[in-house]
Design a binder for this molecule. Sequence first.
Ligand SMILES: Nc1nc2c(ncn2[C@@H]2O[C@H](COP(=O)(O)OP(=O)(O)O)[C@@H](O)[C@H]2O)c(=O)[nH]1
Ligand SMILES: [Mg+2]
Length: 573
Amino acid sequence: MHVVATAGHVDHGKSTLVLALTGMDPDRFTEEKERGLTIDLGFAWTDLPSGRPVAFVDVPGHVRFIKNMLAGVGAVDACLFVVAAGEGWKPQSEEHLRILELLGIGHGLVALTKVATVDAETRDLTHMEVADHVRGSFLEEAEIVEVDAPAGTGVDGLRDALDRLLASTPTATDTGRPRLWVDRSFAARGSGTVVTGTLTGGVVTEGDELVLLPNRAGVRVRSLQTHRRRVTRAVPGSRVAVNLVGVAHHDVERGHALVGPHQWHEATTVDASLQVLGGLDHQVSRRGAYVAYVGSGEHPVRLRVLGTTAIDPGGRGNVRLHLPGPLPLVPGDRYVLRETGRAETVGGGEVLDVDPVLAAARAKPSRSVDRVVDERRWVRADDLERLTGERRAPTVGEWVVAPDALAAGLARLAELVAAAGPLGVDVATLDDRDRALLAVLDGVEVDAGRVRSAVVSDPLAAHPYVTALDAEPFTPPPPDGVPRPELRELVRRGIVVEQDGVWFSPTAVDRAARTVAGLLRERPEGVTVAQIRDALGTTRKFVLPLLAVLDARGMTRRRGDVRVGGPRLPEPG
Ligand SMILES: Nc1nc2c(ncn2[C@@H]2O[C@H](COP(=O)(O)OP(=O)(O)O)[C@@H](O)[C@H]2O)c(=O)[nH]1
Ligand SMILES: [Mg+2]
């Protein structure tokens, strides 16, 4: 489905055309009907000859209601640009065209209206005048269709032209992130608050929990209508009326937004490009009272030009905009800037960064996702999607990491692990970034909740205490000066053997076993503790625990007063 906005100077026949095309009068209010003047947005819809449904947002052309015009064209796919044949190009023809350009509307056609009221020459002149004015704009190649609705001329041709236009106009895409800029909010009898708008970004279904911004109200979708028909799900690109539970209608205004929860960044400061209109007779700087038109809303903003102090008419630059409240924005969103003091359209552009991290003096905003990652170093994939509208595969864990930050993080973690020595680092003491890094850090091993260097996986063998034990295997020194946790770890890893308050090196155990095996070869009936003690050149204090180790390991076995060989007795050494 497509949504098409009208555009053009007041009284050129926009509302009349919408009525002729749809049979629905877009002028809704008594005052509008009495004055024959569109004040606020009007809505109508029909099916084109091909069966293609189309909705119209009819905008006011009068300069006084330009803000309502801006509210209407925020989310449309194409425009129906109206110029009256007898009147020609007028100020709001120009302003509306500039606004549509700034908002990035790329598709449209021109209706040359009231052709029955002028002679052929005037009609042709206006035709040429229009062609002149749209040159260089998105309407340059657009069809110019001559119509006169009251005279019944050209309306069918216009329908066909619309069909052709929309056949080549993309509809709103579905990125699973619904957003509806509210253009009306009212109380429906018996069913609470209803908001209407053009849905983009994703599907909304009955029962959905959504969020309203800027007031951050959590709401639920009670029911949905598209073109006054009840639907259970509304698709992007359609006009939707949403019946909401959880908010009073007077708390919702035009310009508010209805979005999926946790899917949108709530932007209050944004960096954006600013194309200043060529027709402006002054520079744009931070001085001035500005209003930004974003979505369906107008928001007073403070502005700062980035990188310089002012932008010339016709020039282009970047600005930082401070919004009065949070809005669900994403890079690529368009806005129009007006100056309230002079009541003129200054320019507009594209949102580039919805959460700038660099100070204005250093900011170099762009649409690049890499820039966002680079400036943040570490960003969760979910956050990155909120910030850029793009999904990236995480680098580590749930994080997308700037390449140099990844390298630095890995180096720092490797250093931390190396410095911890044989004991390693308790994984529980690492933050979640380091824990994510661990999975891709080379040369470490995680064991029993501790991470230690794998390359020096036997640094324990080189532990000074182990060296000391090896020097006196059978009269081993006590572990004086070895920190208790380290000693426990040495024992846990089998690099030091502890028995009854005496510590040995594994070599001592091995050599003792081989010595006993040698003695048993001469005395198969068994050897006494005293004989083993003497063979090892040690004392009872050490030989008893040592033999307890050999017994426990199945190398020796007690039989009465002597030791005999066990199943695991090694060869004599
Ligand atoms: N003769 C003639 N009158 C028209 C035509 N289109 C609009 N009008 C008249 O022009 C006036 C303004 O039309 P309207 O649709 O309200 O203009 P809008 O301000 O652009 O919406 C109304 O009185 C219409 O009846 C047309 O094609 N031919
Ligand atoms: Mg009108």
